[in-house]
Design a protein around this ligand. Structure first.
Ligand SMILES: Nc1ncnc2c1ncn2[C@@H]1O[C@H](COP(=O)(O)OP(=O)(O)OP(=O)(O)O)[C@@H](O)[C@H]1O
Ligand SMILES: [Mg+2]
Length: 424
């Protein structure tokens, strides 16, 4: 057992060990999706193979034309390298052009020394480093690692050099896909915001139109009041109308502010049945007092969904309140059903169906129910609608990559369906 291995078997073993390390490293690269965790894993993996204790990893920030340090090992090293390095730094340019590992010991080796090596040597020294590993993706430098050696460290052996190159390739792919994902996420957020702003423009137009009526009545009252100040009946009636109008304007302003304040959905892993039950709990008392029977059919094995709990609750509550308004005082049934849907692309979706036996929606109105400020609830006072409920619901469902559909028949009732993509 104490026999020394022949040179061949030692080399073969080293090769096998390297392969195992590489496999494990590549597996971790595929598994970790968090940027700082992956940066840690890359730096520790490379430092271990190179047997360097200190180092740092820099990642490109494309839109800012620089590299940013994501992680560093060793306090001395951290204080000797800058947090950001510009794209036109000579070392960065050299790594991008040369596309190979720079090793201070190889460069300083007198046998190969030439003017180019000397300048590379200086570039490394200028960043207090002895080793630089470029990470390339489709020929472009996406990141690099700088390592700092202990004084007694020697040149890295060829096998480790091969392993480092392969690890750098695997890390480059992983970092590139995280960057691409982040870019995509950013542009999606931007698109959603633009979308919202565009509909806000429509809303603002509608808002101006909506407040014109109440403003006219307030103005009329103010103009007439001085002459009619002794007419108590006039003053009493008109004061009530004006107060209603002021409330309406206040409600409109609140709605519009809620809508304008852009809130990125905070997605959490949720059970939709749970959300439906909690919304039904809110409306039960009101439904009871109006003789509205609630039928709840919740699917037993509903896939979970990534969604913003508050926003989806807001959508469901608006649909439920609309349904109760449509049923009115004469009583009726409100059925809420959840189910699993299979879409053609084989992805699982979940569906919520809200069915009421209310007065229904005419074909002409059906075309406009999602328009900002479209409402048929004109009775003044607390029950007056702003006509923004469905506009907001539609926007929220869109932001969840879902769909909202409606079917209605006058005198029979209305069905709203919301489809949301599930996690599975
Ligand atoms: N379940 C339903 N049955 C009949 N009509 C409906 C139903 N849901 C919506 N509507 C019609 O669509 C219109 C717009 O609905 P929306 O929720 O956007 O506004 P609203 O309910 O009038 O006001 P708000 O929700 O701002 O209080 C309603 O006024 C109503 O005419
Ligand atoms: Mg509504």
């Amino acid at each position: 057992m104490t026999d020394r291995a022949s040179p061949q078997t030692a080399a073969a073993q080293l090769g096998m060990e390297s392969l195992q390390r590489l496999t494990q490293f590549a597996r971790d690269m595929g598994r970790i999706t968090n940027l700082s965790m992956i940066a840690d894993r890359i730096l520790s993996g490379l430092s271990e193979v190179a047997q360097y204790q200190q180092g740092s990893l820099y990642l490109v920030e494309r839109e800012r034309e620089r590299f940013r340090r994501l992680v560093a090992r060793g306090a001395a090293h951290e204080s000797s390298v800058p947090p950001v390095i510009s794209l036109d730094h000579p070392l960065v340019q050299e790594l991008a052009r040369h596309q190979q590992i720079l090793d201070i010991f190889m460069l300083a080796d007198g046998t190969h020394s030439n003017a180019i090596d000397d300048s590379r040597l200086h570039m490394l020294e200028s960043l207090s480093s002895s080793f630089a590993i470029p990470f390339l993706n489709r020929g472009r430098l996406v990141a690099f690692v700088l390592l700092q050696s202990k004084p007694a460290t020697n040149c890295i052996d060829p096998d480790s050099m091969e392993l480092l190159t392969a690890m750098a390739q695997s890390a480059a792919n992983a970092l590139d896909s995280i960057l691409t994902y982040e870019d995509l996420h950013q542009s999606q957020t931007l698109m959603r915001r633009t979308d919202r702003l565009r509909s806000l423009e429509i809303i603002a137009g509608g808002f101006a139109h909506e407040i014109r009526n109440p403003l006219t009545s307030i103005k009329t009252f103010i103009q007439l009041a001085p002459d009619r100040k002794d007419d108590t009946e006039f003053i009493r009636d008109f004061s009530r109308v004006v107060l209603d109008d002021v409330h309406r304007i206040e409600r409109l302003i609140q709605e519009i502010l809620d809508y304008a304040r852009y809130m990125e959905p905070k997605l959490t892993d949720e059970d939709l049945n749970d959300i439906v039950s909690s919304c039904l709990y809110f409306i039960e008392v009101k439904a009871d007092s109006r003789e509205i029977k609630i039928e709840k059919e919740l699917a037993s094995e509903l896939p979970r969904v990534m969604l913003d709990r508050q926003q989806i609750k807001q959508v469901l509550l608006n649909l439920l309140l609309n349904a109760m308004d449509a049923i009115g005082e004469q009583g009726g049934t409100l059925r809420v059903r959840t189910s699993k849907l299979m879409k053609p692309e084989d992805k699982a979706w979940v569906q919520i169906e809200i069915v009421d036996t209310g007065h229904g929606i005419s074909a002409a109105n059906l075309e406009h129910i999602f328009d900002p400020f479209f409402t048929t609830k004109h009775t003044s006072g607390e029950n007056e609608g702003t006509g923004l409920g469905l506009t907001i619901a539609h926007q929220i469902i869109r932001e969840h990559q879902g769909e909202i559909q409606v079917q209605s028949m006058e005198g029979v009732g209305t069905t709203f369906r919301i489809n949301l993509p599930s996690l599975a």
